[in-house]
Write a protein that binds this ligand. Structure first.
Ligand code: UDP
Length: 367
């Protein structure tokens, strides 16, 4: 008899959701993480009473009512609606691409005028079936928006030319012919009141937790403690990159406490869509929670090339990497008693709701 039913490697949203459900069903879980805190990338650090999204802004949104009810059992959500602004060399535009963006850019008045403008620009390029992000973007919103609001941002963000990137990335963003600046189309949206940590803390209440643990260095020891392992780290790293490494994109966050400023930019998220500004966005965290304290905290987000040893934030889901992932998946199927999950274990550009969905799916199969 081993001490635990499950060893969960990674205390992020996937691992914590699984741990919560498993422990609720009477399973004993040990959750380990290499960081010195739980929560993975949704972890918030409290600075001067402001919840700072330490590993990048997280806005919860979903159309899945079950998932919405699920997260609401842990914490109440506020009514934050994400409406980022794009700053292109000092010109400000509303996001996502909607009538406010179109009128500012083209002086058009009606949806029909905006559609005609896009059609006109699209025609120049004669795109039938978009083969990459550039073609996808131009066929959705035309050349002007592509050049001012997409090209620079995307090439900084991914470190590749838009015509070398998969089209699906830009389809994450809505295009609307209404004056609606809500970045998401989902039915439910908000930020947890009191921060994301509250969710994870409640999820892991009945589990044992060990922090600052490098599982891959102490695999034997930790494997011997549990019947089964749920692994939420990078799948290629688990196999010591034996088939070559998958590509990821990394980020650097530069956070500043501005003690004499109560409102730095008037919005939670401002994207810098030109190609020269080295960061992609500035986050002013207090606006996520309508916090009216006298100071503010901002974070500039710098995309970085990823190399072995760096934090991996985004999988680069192009064909080449997806195929390599499939090979790693075949390897993982041959491993006994270990299941891979989450953004890094599944090498998928999951949003938080999809992470929860897939963890709950796994619980259903497993327990
Ligand atoms: N994007 C863009 N301009 C923007 C915002 C987003 O071109 O002002 C593109 C960019 O390619 C980005 C993708 O849309 O990678 C998805 O954006 P999202 O905000 O969903 O990215 P995340 O918040 O996951 O980094």
């Amino acid at each position: 008899m081993k001490k635990y039913d499950y060893l969960i490697v990674g205390a992020g949203l996937f691992g914590s959701t699984f741990a919560y459900e498993a422990s609720k069903k009477g399973k004993k879980c040990l959750v380990i993480d290499k960081r010195n805190h739980i929560g993975g990338n949704i972890y918030c650090e409290n600075i001067n009473g402001i919840n700072v999204h330490k590993y990048g802004a997280h806005i919860f949104h979903t159309s899945n009512k079950d998932v919405w009810n699920y997260v609401n059992q842990f914490v109440e959500f506020n009514n934050y609606i994400n409406s980022p602004i794009a700053n292109y060399n000092g010109e400000l535009y509303n996001l996502p691409f909607n009538m406010n963006t179109f009128t500012k850019l083209w002086n058009v008045v009606t949806p029909e005028e905006a559609k005609n403008k896009i059609e006109e620009q699209k025609k120049e390029f004669n795109i039938k079936e978009p083969q990459n992000l550039e073609e996808q973007a131009i066929s959705l919103i035309g050349k002007d928006i592509y050049e001012k609001l997409i090209k620079g941002y995307t090439e900084k963000q991914w470190g590749k030319k838009c015509n070398e990137l998969p089209a699906f990335i830009i389809k994450r963003l809505p295009v609307r012919f209404t004056f609606d600046n809500n970045y998401f189309n989902d039915r439910y949206q908000g930020i947890p009141i009191g921060g994301y940590n509250k969710i994870i803390e409640k999820m892991l209440l009945n589990c044992d937790i060990e922090l600052n643990v490098d599982y891959l260095k102490e695999k034997e020891k930790y494997n011997s403690l549990a019947d089964k392992v749920i692994y939420t780290g990078m799948i290629d790293e688990y196999f010591d990159y034996s088939l070559g490494n998958l590509e990821y994109r990394s980020l650097e966050f530069k956070t500043e406490l501005l003690e004499n400023i109560d409102n730095y930019q008037g919005n939670a998220v401002i994207n810098y869509t030109d190609e020269i500004t080295p960061y992609t966005r500035i986050i002013e965290h207090k606006h996520f929670e309508f916090n009216n304290c006298k100071t503010t905290v901002i974070t500039k987000e710098y995309p970085r090339n990823w190399k072995i040893g760096d934090e991996a934030y985004y999988p680069v889901n192009d064909d080449k990497n997806n195929q390599l992932f499939e090979q790693y998946k075949l390897l993982s199927n041959k491993e006994d008693n270990i299941i891979f999950g989450g953004r890094l274990g599944n090498y998928k550009y999951y949003d938080m709701d999809k992470v929860i969905e897939s963890a709950l799916e796994l619980v259903k199969e497993e327990i």
